[in-house]
Write a protein that binds this ligand. Structure first.
Ligand code: MRU
Length: 344
């Protein structure tokens, strides 16, 4: 299978990003060479998925070092600009802060600081690949990861730059002969499931069935789903997990029918400073995204719409949170404190 490469780093120059808004119809790579271009690509979801946003944020800081200078003030301004693009994914802010620390560790010489930023960005992408592979191994044998499984949004290579999170677990369970079919929700309004997950599943050769978001509860009730597994954008210290809007409804339906609901996420997605889900900032997006898609409009112009990009699934609905260090089980508080306190 051809590896999906959502981001290529061109050290000292910029990055090449696969424009995910055009998939699966067109594979167009964009060259991003300025902080403004990186910020636009993140805001427009040309690059997306929490871990990939983290890596892209690190690249944005390296680009800032070349474009605006690698002094502390210039980098702090770029960091604030990049962090403001999308508020929910913990990885974005976490990796930008790590990039700042890497520059500071290089001292005061601007050339050294710039080189450290590019090194950090490349390492961040390489680390993500290793983490994804470990996470997939830890999730593969979970109870219920067999027969039919259900996932939401896109959590594959496109979302991380490695193998993915939840989708990597599904792929590993499929390779192990456990999973036989992956059901993918379309994921309104931006259709990450229909456009991106179905594309990745086809490339992986995994039998896949697409369903409207609104059909998920009846699919689960039909007995065709043995486990539901999704990614996360930010996980609070008590295990409450923010992910693509619609995730909480899947967890509720799974709970009603006795099906395990799992979350797969690397350590960079945990936010020890958020005590519960109530402390997680939720991104709200333009009403126009609900009333149409691309150039097509199907709702009257100017109408109101409620368009949160994420929702929070309470920890008590989550059977396990799979990380690159193993699967965490409830009660999550102590397990998350141990995980986030560990050295990298
Ligand atoms: O708005 P998106 O497409 O960036 O949302 C992505 C998700 O919700 C993913 O499930 C999450 O980032 C985990 S990615 C491995």
């Amino acid at each position: 299978m051809r590896a999906v490469e959502p981001l290529r780093i061109l050290p000292g120059e910029g990055v090449e990003a696969l424009d995910q808004t055009l998939l699966p119809r067109e594979e167009r790579r964009l060259r991003l060479r300025t902080v403004a271009e990186v910020a636009e690509a993140i805001r427009a979801l040309r690059v997306r998925g929490a871990p990939l946003l983290g890596v892209t944020g690190a690249c944005g800081m390296a680009i800032a070092g070349g474009e605006r200078g690698a002094g502390r003030e210039a980098l702090a301004r770029a960091a604030a600009e990049l962090k403001a693009t999308r508020p929910t994914a913990a990885d974005l802010g976490a990796m930008i802060d790590e990039a700042l620390r890497a520059a500071d560790a290089a001292g005061d010489d601007e050339d050294e600081r710039r080189a450290a930023l590019w090194r950090f960005a490349a390492e961040a992408l390489a680390r993500q690949r290793v983490r994804d592979a470990a996470l997939a191994r830890h999730g593969r044998d979970l109870p219920g990861m067999e027969g039919g499984v259900l996932t939401h949004c896109n959590t594959g290579a496109l979302a991380t730059g490695g193998e993915g999170t939840a989708l990597a677990v599904i792929a590993a369970a499929w390779r192990a002969g456990r999973v036989a079919r992956c059901h993918a929700t379309e994921t309104r309004p931006l259709l990450q499931g229909a456009r991106l997950t179905m594309w990745e599943l086809a490339a992986l050769g995994i039998p896949a069935t697409l369903l409207p978001d609104s059909a998920a509860a009846s699919l689960i009730a039909s007995g065709r789903v043995n486990a539901v597994i999704t990614g996360a954008d930010r996980i609070a210290a008590n295990g409450d997990a923010a992910n693509k809007v619609g995730t909480c409804a899947l967890a509720l339906a799974a709970s009603r029918h006795g099906v395990p609901f799992y979350v797969a996420a690397p350590r960079s997605t945990f936010d020890a400073a958020a005590a519960t889900g109530a402390d997680i900032p939720i991104e709200f997006r333009d009403a126009a995204e609900v009333g149409g898609f691309g150039d097509q409009r199907w709702s009257p112009d100017g109408g109101d719409a409620w368009n949160p990009a994420f929702d929070v699934t309470p920890a008590d609905l989550i059977a396990a949170i799979v990380t690159e260090r193993g699967a965490l089980r409830p009660p999550y508080g102590p397990a998350i404190a141990a995980l986030t306190g560990m050295a990298r």
